[in-house]
Design a protein around this ligand. Structure first.
Ligand code: HEC
Length: 102
């Protein structure tokens, strides 16, 4: 009984942490889609792929921390570490640069 409760507690804590990390990442809007000429569904997918591929080694840097050109450089550097192909890299970059620092 004790260990079941403990496992439930750990699951709860981990869920809360995952939720909080991803919730802090700004969600793309229709305005971003219009501004960047990228479909909103692509931006949303980019956010999900960023969460899925980029958060295992370090915390997810907020998009607004870097400029678009800095993101280009960083994501190129990270491509091999994250084991993503060029298409995945492009989608992630679309999201990050749509929300980057100007
Ligand atoms: C396999 C582990 C790993 C994965 C996966 C990974 N990174 Fe990294 N990342 C690192 C390490 C290690 C560093 C520190 C710099 C270095 O050694 O290259 C780093 C550094 C960074 C930095 C620079 C931070 C700074 O303070 O300058 C950024 C931005 C970044 N990563 C973004 C990403 C993005 C975006 C992805 C997904 C495409 C990603 N990372 C996936 C390991 C990883």
């Amino acid at each position: 009984m004790y260990s079941k409760i403990r496992i439930a507690g750990i699951v709860l804590i981990v869920s809360v942490l995952i939720y909080r990390c991803s919730a802090a990442l700004i969600v793309p809007t229709a305005v971003d889609a219009q501004k960047t000429g990228t479909p909103l569904s692509t931006l949303v997918q980019g956010r999900e792929m960023y969460i899925g591929h980029c958060g295992s080694c370090h915390y997810l840097y907020l998009p607004e921390k870097l400029t678009a050109s800095e993101w280009n450089r960083e994501v190129n550097l990270m491509q091999r570490k994250a084991k993503i192909n060029d298409d995945q890299k492009e989608v992630i970059l679309k999201y990050l640069t749509a929300k980057s620092r100007n």
